[in-house]
Design a protein around this ligand. Structure first.
Ligand code: NCD
Length: 309
């Protein structure tokens, strides 16, 4: 039984270094098995429930692919309008019900703290696939896995996190993990969308080297990896404010050319206009490889929390 057996995956900052290493090494092993064409049966007889109360393409489908690749089966609520949530059922009651059907639950919900609430209500492992503007720990794990694969190692790298650092849950989770590897962080956001103060304080307390700035071009020139994010329109109360900010922090080929040779460009996707499509042909554009890395990482997580790695 691994150290992650029967554990919930709720926040990246709650993972120990040992757990982090285990997820990455297990993902590498599963990726090798997939590449070799092995048919895996780790999750045979197990059922995953994916409960998505917010839109998703990559996260839900890669979790479901991961489960199927491991020989398990999947039940899903992809549209909350078709579940009893639409009748006003509480999250706790919904997950308590689903616990009667499934061995592991993956949940995405618009409320920060919702994954913790779900985990408190059930015994089966709960994996947070995004809790509002809170965290998205499994994305951060696949992001770290991607940087490791693209760059060989994270040690000594400078990484820029750009875009909506206030509302973007991926960058919250990722900043915590990158700090563990001693990565130097440049935090680049439009005014008003800075990294929440409590997270930067946590990072500084953990000894992180962070610089907050609004000069995207200077950050790109100083970086080994640029992690671009979308302005999170659905978190804005004032649509006019979104309209004012949406064109900021755009990475195009002219900017990439100013960067170090071989600079890696990442994005959790979906992208709006933050990365020009002309960047897609650049060899350091890693975002679609990054999305594919969701499968081995999520295979590792599903197998580890159910003790079937
Ligand atoms: C992200 C999310 O849902 O937080 N998407 C994803 O899971 N790849 C990023 C985003 O929506 O901007």
């Amino acid at each position: 039984m691994s150290i992650l057996c029967r554990k919930d995956i709720l926040r990246s900052d709650l993972l120990s270094d040992e757990e982090l290493g285990l997820v990455l090494s297990t993902a590498t092993r599963f990726e090798g098995a997939l590449k070799a064409g092995d048919r895996l049966a780790n999750m045979q007889g197990q059922i995953l429930a994916t409960l998505f109360f917010e839109p998703s393409t990559r996260t839900r489908l890669s979790f479901e692919t991961a489960m199927l690749r491991l020989g398990g089966q999947v039940i899903t609520v992809a549209d909350p309008q078709t579940s009893s949530a639409a009748k006003g059922e509480s999250l706790a009651d919904s997950v308590r019900t689903v616990e009667g059907y499934a061995d592991v639950i993956v949940i995405r919900h618009p409320r920060k703290g919702s994954a913790q609430e779900a985990a408190d209500a059930v015994e089966v492992p709960v994996i947070n696939a995004g809790d509002g503007a809170g965290q998205h720990p499994t994305q951060a794990l696949l992001d770290v896995y991607t940087i490791q694969k693209e760059r060989g190692s994270l040690r000594g790298l400078t990484v820029s996190l750009t875009g909506d650092l206030k509302n973007g849950r991926t960058v919250h989770s990722l900043a915590y993990l990158l700090t563990r590897f001693g990565v130097r962080l440049l935090l680049i956001s439009p005014p008003g969308l800075e990294m929440p103060a409590e997270i930067s304080a946590d990072l500084r307390r953990a000894g992180a080297q962070i610089r907050e700035d609004s000069d995207l071009a200077a950050a790109v020139r100083a970086s080994d990896v640029v992690y671009v994010t979308r302005i999170q329109r659905e978190r804005f109360e004032d649509p006019a404010q979104y309209e004012r900010l949406k064109g900021s922090c755009v990475v195009d080929m002219a900017l990439v050319r100013q960067g170090k040779p071989g600079i890696t460009i990442m994005h959790p996707l979906p992208r709006m206009d933050e990365i020009g499509t002309e960047v897609d042909g650049y060899e350091g554009a890693a975002y679609f490889r990054q999305a594919a890395n969701g499968v081995p990482i999520r295979m590792a997580l599903l197998a580890l929390v159910t003790g079937r790695e």
